[in-house]
Ligand binder design. Structure first.
Ligand SMILES: Cc1ncc(COP(=O)(O)O)c(C=O)c1O
Length: 164
């Protein structure tokens, strides 16, 4: 998985990324690594394991990065690629599936509502049920085999849709 992520990350550099609207996935993926890193000349981008990044005398980060829990150049590349491949505006990379689901759930406030399919990862559904009850958040599970079921479950203006 690490290798795949590394290869994927190498095709999504913001300076040298592929135009995913012009090329198919089958073309983009084998081309991984075909751009030159402007700093080192490497043909695949370096991986950045650093947690902390330097600040200048004015205490401003000298390279735009502060701490890897917030942002890291390697994660940026993966997030950029995932968004591009999905034709999305942005994406976020998490260290586990439950971390991603928890982060989405944290955007939902008390009194609001969340809908999710009846058939989903059991650990996530079990967690959703318990946390929704504890935080007074509405939870409706819909039958994802019925195209109209999700629409019916949504409460206008109050609903987050979780698709795992
Ligand atoms: C569909 C799905 N969602 C979420 C998870 C939870 O992911 P993690 O174990 O990385 O927290 C899993 C784990 O198998 C999963 O299969």
């Amino acid at each position: 998985v690490g290798t795949i992520l590394f290869l994927l990350s190498s095709i999504c550099n913001k300076q040298g990324g592929f135009d995913v609207k012009r090329y198919s996935l089958n073309t983009i993926l084998p081309q991984a690594g075909h751009f030159v890193d402007g700093v080192t000349g490497a043909i695949t981008p370096p991986i950045h394991p650093s947690t902390t990044f330097a600040r200048g005398n004015d205490y401003e980060p000298i390279g735009g990065y502060i701490y890897s829990r917030y942002q890291n150049p390697t994660y940026d590349q993966v997030e950029y690629l995932a968004a591009e491949l999905d034709n999305g505006a942005e994406s976020r990379l998490f260290s586990s599936g439950m971390a991603a689901i928890t982060a989405v759930f944290e955007t939902v406030n008390m009194g609001q509502h969340i809908v999710a399919p009846t058939i989903m990862y059991h650990g996530a559904q079990d967690w959703l049920r318990r946390i929704a009850k504890k935080r007074n958040i509405g939870l409706t599970l819909f039958d994802a085999t019925d195209p109209k079921a999700m629409r019916k479950a949504i409460k206008p203006g109050k609903t987050a849709i979780l698709v795992d």
